[in-house]
Design a protein around this ligand. Sequence first.
Ligand code: 3PG
Length: 375
Amino acid sequence: MSMKKVTDLKELRGKRVLLRASLNIPLKNGVIQNRLRLKRALPTMRYLREQGAKIIVLAHIGREPEETLRPIFDELERYLPLHWGGNVMTEGFRQRMELMNDGDILLAENLRQHDGEENNDSVFVTHLASLGEIYVNDAFAEAHREHASTYGVAKILPAYAGLTLFEEVTELKKVMQPKSPSLFLLGGAKFETKMPLVEKYLELYDQVFIGGALAHDIFKARGWETGKSLVSDVSLKGSTFLNSKKLLVPIDVIVEGPEGRLTKTPDTVTKDEKIFDCGPMTIAMLETYIEKAKTILWNGPFGAYEYGYEQSTEITARHIAAADAYSVLGGGDTVAAVEKMRINELFSFVSVGGGSMLTFLENGSTPVLDLLEEE
Ligand code: 3PG
């Protein structure tokens, strides 16, 4: 099966194209924290513009309905001309749409200001679909969300993959068939959502390293004290994957406790301590695998990145950037780390996906992506 791609479309001049983009870009006090998603949204916008389509961009930002795409609009304007559409349900939006010329781009306000977006509500879907003649999905970061703008509309209008979404799928499919020696690195938290992924990649890859808070669950299952460390709601006790020889976990950790900050082996953590990162021995262990690997796939930071425990993630990122392996990474904090260090260009591919990347890697597709397949 292959995907219908935006470049398959002929005669786009004057056609109203609904373009779902991934513009859920991290903001701090209204300031953009990294530009990966913004830059990756541009190729399809530019392509459709060159083709003379009338482009209506649909996107969301954040999780609170009051959040606005306005700062993203201001930033996008630095890269290409576009117009602010505002609330997609208003008469004003429709009027602005009627005034569009060929090649114009109109950005709608955060779709999650409407409950109908996340609920895939049929009235909202019908309204969105009425705005366009063709639907292009370029929002890989939301490919795991069956929302009105990612799923509902694609069931009504002729639906095509955007350039960035197509590239994401192509790249991630590649690393689902890794060249040996292969190394899968998984950080972050919430084992309950990652168990099938871990089991699958223990089959597919030669080595699977589990870091971040996920590793605490493994320590706990081994009967070790994890103190005040973040653990998942699920118990891994008795899980057969724990016996896999391919499974790697931190061999030293950085904790904070009554004696301050210490580096120690994970089996010596006490009940008053909290694990925040992996230690230098773990980083060195990983380096030996990274140097040899032909394929490296990585999602999720290894330390409590949000609390400033960035070291293991950043040093590992540098090691991968310097390695010969085909390297693919994704996930908000992991991407933030490589962007901050300005080494993103040194990876073979950086995914805009966080949760969607993991869902794709687990299942090889998603219901949203299935709608873009050729009949
Ligand atoms: C993301 O940032 O991972 C996507 O935009 C999805 O956002 P959500 O988890 O809020 O649905």
